[in-house]
Ligand binder design. Structure first.
Ligand SMILES: *Cc1c(COP(=O)(O)O)cnc(C)c1O
Length: 392
């Protein structure tokens, strides 16, 4: 017996349950088409909503910054890692989103790990949507606060939990994803805000999949619902629609100031790199300049979802460009994905624990980078594999 036998056994279990995740390698820049494991395929997997990940303006901004400022920040933000580009990016993001202030982190994941423990601790309570992202769950656990889940997107359940529990704790925080990444549905933020206001509770939304997607020209979920100045903390990421890497926290200036003092990934993990920050600035320029890419993304998404429905697929409850194709059991979803791949379509199967047991699916990620022709190719392949496997 070796110390790692149990891991070997667990991995075998994953294989036999059809849940082992075989990670594919991309050998080309991100875009509508990719080279995956040496093969040219149509890309339905990336979070590159606006096609910015290989946009010439972002690439040249990164190159220019590399020449002028080097590569690495060589320190954490709070000691010697805050460069002019970071400060400018935060200023521009705050303007773009119409908030008092913004702070950036290395990623959306670390933004959540920074923010939640800075706002609540052991004597406090967090009311958390049952389907919140792993980084919210981890941030909540790190805080040491009591975590009370409420039913997904169910404001009545949220209010019941608040009534039953709030008085036993010092402070409270309500936290929800903005767009839920597995189903593509949107949090009822107006109603959640009303509850937060009624009970005087801090409100935080993680809009990773809404940043650059929802709201006017991609200004995010707070803009989408017209809740400017009312949501205390809006977390976002620049790794999805922005096409780069980096987390954002936008909102109340006092909270942002506090995160510079107490956000642990800000204090104890190095800053975003120079080319990342420069490319993110170029992304803000593009979004401020025109709504064209965001409009194209939504046109593409509406077209693809309507055609999939006509073909007879179940695309669940999505309200965004995220298009889940519900298949049920993980082995079927994996087989569907393999058959698509053989036809030159790259669309990943998602199973437990990413989604609940029995709710395996293929998740199609629509992008502004797709042409109508690309979408039609995808639809043809879904139709053919769906018929072959008896799904439609
Ligand atoms: C993707 C995602 C994150 C993580 O963002 P990164 O910048 O990739 O770390 C956090 N929260 C939600 C809701 C996400 O969808």
């Amino acid at each position: 017996m070796s110390k790692t036998d149990w891991i070997t056994q667990e991995i075998e279990n994953l294989h036999s349950a059809g849940l082992y995740n075989r990670i594919r390698t991309i050998g080309s820049p991100q875009g509508a088409w990719l080279t995956v494991d040496g093969k040219q395929v149509l890309n339905f997997c990336s979070n590159n909503y606006l096609g910015l990940a290989n946009h010439p303006a972002l690439v040249s901004a990164a190159k220019k910054a590399l020449d002028e400022m080097g590569v690495g920040p060589a320190a954490v933000r709070s000691i010697a890692g805050t460069m002019t580009l970071h400060v400018e990016l935060e200023k521009r993001l705050a303007q773009f989103k119409g908030v008092e202030a913004a702070i950036t982190f290395q990623s959306g994941f670390t933004a959540n790990l920074a923010t939640i423990p800075a706002l609540v601790g052991k004597e406090d309570v967090i009311f958390s949507d049952r389907l919140n992202h792993a980084s919210i769950i981890d941030g909540a656990r790190l805080s040491g606060a009591k975590i009370i889940p409420y039913e997904h997107n169910d404001v009545k359940s949220l209010e019941e939990q608040i009534k039953a529990n709030q008085s036993q704790y010092r402070r409270a925080l309500i936290v929800t994803d903005g767009v839920f990444s597995m189903d593509g549905d949107i949090a009822p933020l107006l109603d959640i805000y009303e509850v937060a206001k009624k009970y005087d509770i801090l409100l935080m939304v993680d809009d990773a999949h809404g940043e650059g997607v929802l709201g006017k020209g991609g200004r995010g979920i707070v803009d989408h619902f017209g809740l400017h100045g009312k949501v205390d903390v809006e977390v976002g990421t620049m790794s999805k629609a922005f096409g780069v890497m980096g987390g954002i926290v936008a909102g109340n200036a006092v909270i942002i100031d506090w995160l510079r003092q107490r956000g642990r990934p800000f204090l104890f993990s190095s800053a975003m790199t120079v080319p990342d920050a420069a490319a993110c600035l170029a992304a803000v320029d593009i979004l401020e300049d025109s709504t064209q890419l965001v409009d194209k993304l939504w046109d593409n998404a509406k077209y693809f979802k309507a055609e999939m429905k006509t073909l007879g697929f179940n695309t669940g409850v999505t309200e965004t460009p995220i298009t889940p194709v519900m298949l049920g059991e993980a082995p079927l979803a994996q087989q569907f994905s393999r058959e698509l791949f053989d036809m030159g379509i790259f669309a990943m199967a998602l199973g437990f624990p990413t989604v609940p047991q029995g709710k395996a699916r293929i998740r199609v990620m629509i992008s502004a980078a797709h042409s109508k022709d690309d979408l039609n190719k995808g639809l043809e392949a879904f139709k053919s594999v769906g018929k072959k496997l008896g799904v439609i």
